[in-house]
Design a protein around this ligand. Sequence first.
Ligand code: FE2
Ligand code: FE2
Length: 152
Amino acid sequence: MDAIKLLKTDHKLVKELLTQLEETSERATKKRASLLREIQINLKAHTTIEEEIFYPAFKKAGRKAEAKMYFEALEEHRAAEDLVLPDLLATDPASVEFSGRAKVLKELIEHHADEEEKEMFKDARELLSREELAELGSLMEARKEEVIASFG
Ligand SMILES: [Fe+2]
Ligand SMILES: [Fe+2]
């Protein structure tokens, strides 16, 4: 599969899960926990294939502007995965704080994914050939499966 298509499909899924999470109430604690788990797994799989495979290829194919996008994107992953998500995972799903924290994660991820799609992926289509994108896509699909499997 084309690398960009694969990443965009991931974005759509994670955004949908975050929307569902936002719509839950304090009473839906099991639903909140299971959605959060799904978000955590899919997010990890996605950021792993971006950081290990897609981003380095993008940075290598580009120049200064691409390097800047690369470092910015890494920081946004760090903010989402190392700061906001752990905080949400540690929040009681029956609490009133939960929905506000879920909203922060949703907005952060939406902003990041939109920026990737509008800037980085657009740029990548010009820098990388169709063959290169297909090759990256295959590597990413395989790696994604590994990450998902590692969650058991
Ligand atoms: Fe990303
Ligand atoms: Fe992404």
